[in-house]
Ligand binder design. Structure first.
Ligand SMILES: [Zn+2]
Length: 101
């Protein structure tokens, strides 16, 4: 009986320790694979072998994390390259250029 209760306590402690260890992983920011301007998202399809075996695959948008000027302030945005090329965002000048001026 005594051994059983000590096992319960030790497993409880282990659970608490696990929660503390796991906590930073849960709040860590994960980058969504979505353009913040046009909303382009991954496409899902099949890759097809010569023997016609189908396996699932994803086509990801070409996202770049760029510094964007929005209302006079500089912000980081995950933007697809087609939006950058089309000039849908105003890129902030690099910090190195700003220093030189
Ligand atoms: Zn886009």
């Amino acid at each position: 009986m005594e051994a059983h209760s000590s096992f319960a306590i030790s497993s409880l402690i282990r659970g608490i320790v696990f929660c503390i260890m796991e906590f930073p992983l849960k709040i860590r920011r994960t980058m969504s694979r979505r353009c913040e301007i046009c909303g382009k998202e991954p496409l899902v399809g099949h890759s097809k072998s010569h023997a016609h075996n189908l396996t699932k695959r994803r086509w990801l948008p070409n996202l770049q994390r760029v510094r964007v000027i929005e209302g006079g302030t500089v912000r980081h945005r995950d933007v697809c390259t087609s939006c950058i090329q089309a000039g849908k965002i105003q890129k902030a000048p690099s910090r190195r250029v700003q220093k030189a001026l």
